[in-house]
Design a protein around this ligand. Structure first.
Ligand code: DX5
Ligand code: ZN
Length: 235
């Protein structure tokens, strides 16, 4: 059955002096998730927001929040973020390379009642997801190096999305697939055609003249590509 593609605006590009209005605006525009980017200055070269802002945001809205943790020590910090009751938490496989660490993070997230997502950076092979694939609610495929909004989509990410779809199928699961970085009207259809369900948009939404319209047009273009790919597969 056809599931429409969801847009997840990234708060990195929001106006922090008018944060609440921006959140309400993306809700009205039909966004599926708030993509809450946390960067610690170690895992990636930038520093963003953390627990105090997440706590306030949770009080402000019941929109689904996905916390994208780009931090070096997720096992230490996860409890702080989970205490804010985000709907979903995304951890990076590259920060959880020790024996059993990825599994431990997924378990911590689930035990707290949130959904679990694991992300891979552009150069990380999807194979690292294999041990936990069957338990994931979502997989995040990065289409830029983590750090900043406004970067260009790395060509070939659509094939990586396809590889995740195939790996999930082999594991007997069907996690949502999210793509993050350089997504917009031209690039979202590329990954949607290969199986992406959730498209993170920073610049393409908050940098648009009419962000609500941007959410609608990017979602429509992604849906169209997805429908065309489905029709082709069924023919
Ligand atoms: C990058 C962040 C992204 C970023 C997306 O490290 O994870 O979510 O803000 O921004 P755009 O869509 O502008 O590439
Ligand atoms: Zn992100």
């Amino acid at each position: 059955m056809f599931q429409p593609v969801q847009i997840a605006p990234s708060i990195l590009s929001a106006d922090f002096m008018n944060f609440a209005q921006d959140i309400d605006m993306i809700r009205e525009g039909g966004a599926g998730y708030i993509h809450f980017d946390v960067i610690d200055g170690h895992f990636a070269p930038n520093m963003t927001v953390g627990v105090p802002v997440l706590k306030q945001l949770r009080k402000h809205t019941d929109m689904p929040i996905d916390v994208h943790l780009m931090i070096t020590n997720p096992l230490v910090q996860l409890p702080w973020f989970l205490a804010c009751k985000p709907d979903m938490v995304t951890v990076h496989a590259e920060a959880l390379t020790g024996e059993g660490e990825l599994q431990q993070a997924v378990d911590m997230i689930h035990e707290a009642g949130s959904k679990a997502c694991v992300s891979v950076k552009p150069k990380t092979p999807v194979e690292v997801l294999e041990p936990v694939m069957a338990q994931l609610d979502m997989v995040l495929v990065m289409s830029v190096e983590p750090g900043f909004s406004g970067q260009s989509y790395i060509e070939g990410t659509d094939q990586k999305v396809r590889a995740v779809v195939e790996m999930a199928r082999a594991a007997g699961s069907a996690p949502l697939i999210q793509v993050d970085g350089g997504m917009g009207l031209k690039t979202a259809p590329l990954v949607a055609a290969e199986g992406a369900d959730v498209i993170v948009c920073g610049n393409a939404v908050f940098g648009a003249e009419d962000p609500k319209e941007a959410i609608r047009t990017i979602a429509a273009a992604a849906d169209e590509a997805r429908l065309a790919a489905l029709a082709k597969a069924e023919a």
